[in-house]
Design a protein around this ligand. Structure first.
Ligand SMILES: Nc1ncnc2c1ncn2[C@@H]1O[C@H](COP(=O)(O)OP(=O)(O)OP(=O)(O)O)[C@@H](O)[C@H]1O
Ligand SMILES: [Mg+2]
Length: 374
């Protein structure tokens, strides 16, 4: 046991596979993630969503050791009860010891190698260990022959699950796009992860490929014992397969809950969809959130200066959004739609008679999920 490994006292009792606490990541003056905390539960699919540049990939890069966070703690609780502080673990130990695997926003396969070869390369570490790291071991040790046979079996297993076994001997580069995405996931699964991090696996897929992906992810969740952390812009994927959704905007968490609660959250509707104020209002009407509509009706937003309709790509005038401990990140004026909803809720003047009759925000689940802006 070292500083990066703390033994859990209650093996099997901790239902959080991943705990992100007060995570911040700064690039010079840019706060890409500010004081972010969330939990991914064991056996679930947790989706991380938000507009472009919200900090989703940066969160993955911190979890998987590509970046060392400026602040915060990332705890991975393995199924056997052991725990790891990922921000302290050397990069190469994150897949090997903490059992975290990932795929990338841009496909990274060995395109000249066959599908089977791609899956065997992923198991290289296990095979080298079995060889005793000697040339004699490669040819002589029965442990190596056994590990080698097991690796081929595991590769076959995941090719079947990903519906790719018929193309096992073709170069990976010859596969259609959707099949390459599934191959990447199969490759990650060959490393035996307990947490699988997928960065926009449905990007660029047609509806048929997207349905095949959903099926694969649900199969992984049900049969492999791996939990999934999923970055996704495709709302149909998020709403269909996620158990829990965390929403980021400008590196801050603006919503966290069930897919149903998140999709009716006005802050999410405003921020994630990046729509005009009028459109936010019409979506809120659809959602039936009278309290927030009433607040939006109170006229120009004094807290954000002139003009009520500032888009995500608002002009050069700057504004700031609070992060941890008084730190602020500079963004375009009025860029944070979630902050606008908050400010309007805070500043809305109320007549005493209205206060007496004000109803709590009632949300009816009538809003349809909409696609992202990617
Ligand atoms: N290595 C880096 N150096 C400087 N800035 C960075 C770096 N990586 C990310 N950023 C910045 O951090 C912010 C968050 O980027 P990130 O890629 O995490 O967003 P994202 O939510 O994944 O966006 P998208 O949906 O477009 O993939 C952006 O402003 C980005 O420019
Ligand atoms: Mg990204």
């Amino acid at each position: 046991m070292n500083a990066s490994s703390i033994q859990g006292t209650n093996p099997g009792m901790n239902d959080a596979i991943l705990q992100v606490e007060h995570l911040s990541m700064k690039f010079g003056g840019l706060v890409a993630i500010g004081d972010l905390s969330f939990t991914a539960r064991r056996g679930e699919i947790t989706a991380l969503i938000g507009p472009n540049g919200a900090g989703k990939t940066t969160v993955f890069n911190c979890i998987t050791g590509f970046y060392k966070p400026s602040e915060g703690m990332i705890t991975l609780n393995r199924n056997d009860g052991s725990s790891f502080l990922l921000e302290r673990l050397p990069n190469h130990e994150i897949p090997a010891r903490a059992k975290v695997a990932r795929t990338f926003q841009n496909i990274r396969l060995f395109s000249g190698m066959t599908l089977l070869e791609n899956l065997l390369v992923a198991q290289h570490n296990k095979l080298m260990k079995a060889s005793g790291y000697t040339i004699l071991g490669l040819f002589g040790f029965s442990s190596y022959r056994k590990a080698s046979a097991e690796s081929v079996e595991l590769a076959k297993h995941w090719l079947e699950k990903a519906d790719l076994v018929d193309r096992a001997d073709d170069p990976a580069g010859d596969l259609p796009y959707g099949a390459q995405r599934r191959l990447e996931i199969a490759r990650a699964m060959c490393t035996g992860p307990e947490l699988l991090c997928l960065d926009e696996p449905a990007a660029g897929l047609n509806p048929k490929e997207s349905a095949a992906l959903n099926e694969l992810l649900i199969d992984i969740k049900k049969t492999s014992g791996a939990s999934i952390l999923l970055i996704e812009h495709d709302m149909s994927v998020v709403m269909q397969i996620s158990d829990h959704v965390v929403v980021l905007e400008y590196g801050r968490k603006i919503s966290d809950g069930s897919p149903q609660s998140v999709r009716t959250d006005p802050r999410v509707i405003a921020a994630y969809l990046g729509v005009d104020d009028e459109e936010v209002e019409s979506v809120l009407t659809e959602v039936g959130d009278e309290d927030v509509i009433e607040q939006l009706d109170t006229g120009p937003d004094a807290a954000h200066g002139p003009g009520t309709s500032s888009s995500y790509l608002a002009g050069p005038v700057t504004d700031t959004i609070g992060h941890s401990e008084g730190e602020r990140v500079t963004v375009s004026k009025g860029a944070s739609k979630a902050a606008q909803v908050d400010a309007k809720a805070k500043n809305a003047p109320r007549k005493p008679s209205e206060r007496a009759t004000a109803k709590p925000a009632a949300k009816t689940p009538t809003a349809k999920p909409r696609g992202g802006r990617k």
